[in-house]
Write a protein that binds this ligand. Structure first.
Ligand SMILES: [Fe+2]
Length: 385
């Protein structure tokens, strides 16, 4: 049992939480004598006026900066190359990310190239990054990936395969959780990203690698998501629920940074890579099916998840309570308007053989609580179309 012999808990990111806390970027940049940040974001956030909520503080202080706003969902390698090009041509010395997981992951990869040189493909896998990326402040505008605290960056390569860079060198220095930047997420985006965070927490909690230190973060994330996702995603004004979702997403990120994930992420990445389905949507569709598949391996853990999701399990047997966790996630998906199937989400069942092969390459398959074969993955995809 190589993964269970010992464990480490490592979460070095400074977290600054609170509405308006983005004003602290000046002091945060000063602590590291940084004078010229690169802002990494996407055009939608620029147009919506979200980016200027941050850059106004730089403008007012007369701090020069460059901007790269070419990030797109499921970012391909060329976006990373453009981003590091903007860093170099702007003579930048630090990175401020205003965006969701795609922006944070793009910036992490660009940061790797800024300090290590070369091509991003040579850093795919674990432990290949030697030099730490530049000082980086991540300001998430969605409550999903937890990438502001994780040692992972996911990029789509030329074969539409989702490839990950993993290393402590790409854990951001600061995560700044400011509800002003996420409070106006459209419902489908809030729902999808929030369900991604819930997937992180649940997969971490039942992973073969779960441990007491990660459990605390995962279980609290599940509670906070269940209590706040509906209000945060459906309102443009609920700062309390939005901040709690940002914190929950970060907690889930802390948890899965330690444990990694399971079948849901192994199987959702090929769906997004090949068909462009939003990461959170692919996860949300797969999550209840894979929870059901996993129940037999750790019913006690799923019974605890049911309670954390707000289910009344007091008079239920362990098995009944475990079943209730699946029902709770299905009901939440329905309330949030998540598609029922992967075909409804835009993927095609013809792709199952290729996606199943891709999924089996993920280490997350090995960490899933129930041992999973290629045939199991094919069957789980078939159930989800
Ligand atoms: Fe995820």
């Amino acid at each position: 049992m190589p993964y269970q012999d010992a464990y480490t808990f490592f979460s070095p990111t400074r977290l600054v939480v609170g509405r308006g806390s983005r004003a602290q970027i000046l002091d945060l940049l000063n602590t590291r004598n940084c004078s010229t940040p690169l802002i990494v974001t996407d055009k939608g956030l620029v147009a919506a006026g979200v980016v200027e909520l941050v850059t106004n503080h730089l403008d007012d202080a007369g701090i020069p900066y460059a901007t790269y706003d070419g990030v797109m969902p499921n970012p391909p390698i060329k976006v990373v190359d453009e981003c590091v090009g903007a860093y170099r041509s702007g003579r930048c010395d630090s990175i401020v990310i205003v965006g969701g997981g795609s922006s944070i992951d793009t910036a992490k990869c660009a940061g790797v190239l800024a300090t290590n040189g070369g091509e991003i493909a040579s850093y795919f896998g674990s432990g290949n990054v030697k030099e730490r990326m530049p000082f980086t402040i991540a300001i998430p505008t969605t409550y999903g990936t937890g990438s502001e605290v994780t040692p992972f960056a996911v990029i789509t390569d030329e074969q539409n395969f989702k490839a990950a860079v993993r290393g402590d060198e790409i854990i951001p220095d600061v995560g700044l959780l400011d509800s002003d930047l996420a409070v106006q997420l459209p419902l489908p985006v809030g729902a999808a990203t929030g369900m991604d965070a819930l997937t992180h927490a649940i997969e971490s909690y039942v992973a073969n690698t779960s441990n007491a230190l990660a459990d605390a973060s995962a279980l609290q994330a599940i509670r906070m998501i269940s209590e706040n996702i509906r209000q945060a995603a459906s309102s443009d004004h609920n700062h309390d629920a939005t901040e709690k979702m940002l914190v929950a997403s970060t907690l889930a990120g802390v948890a899965f940074s330690q444990t990694l994930l399971g079948n849901v992420h192994a199987m959702s990445h090929p769906v997004s890579g090949h068909y462009g389905v939003a990461h959170g949507v692919a996860n949300a569709v797969l999550l209840p099916r894979i929870m059901d598949f996993n129940l037999i391996a750790c019913p006690g853990r799923f019974a605890e998840i049911a309670a954390a999701l707000g289910e009344d399990v007091a008079d239920l047997s362990e098995t009944e309570a475990a079943d209730a966790s699946v029902d709770a996630v299905e009901a939440l998906n329905e309330e949030l308007g998540i598609p029922e199937t992967l075909s409804e989400a835009g993927a095609e069942a013809d792709g199952i053989p290729v996606m199943a092969e891709d999924a089996m390459k993920s280490i997350n398959i090995q960490l899933n609580p129930r041992k999973t074969t290629l045939d199991d993955v094919v069957a789980l995809y078939e159930e989800s179309f």
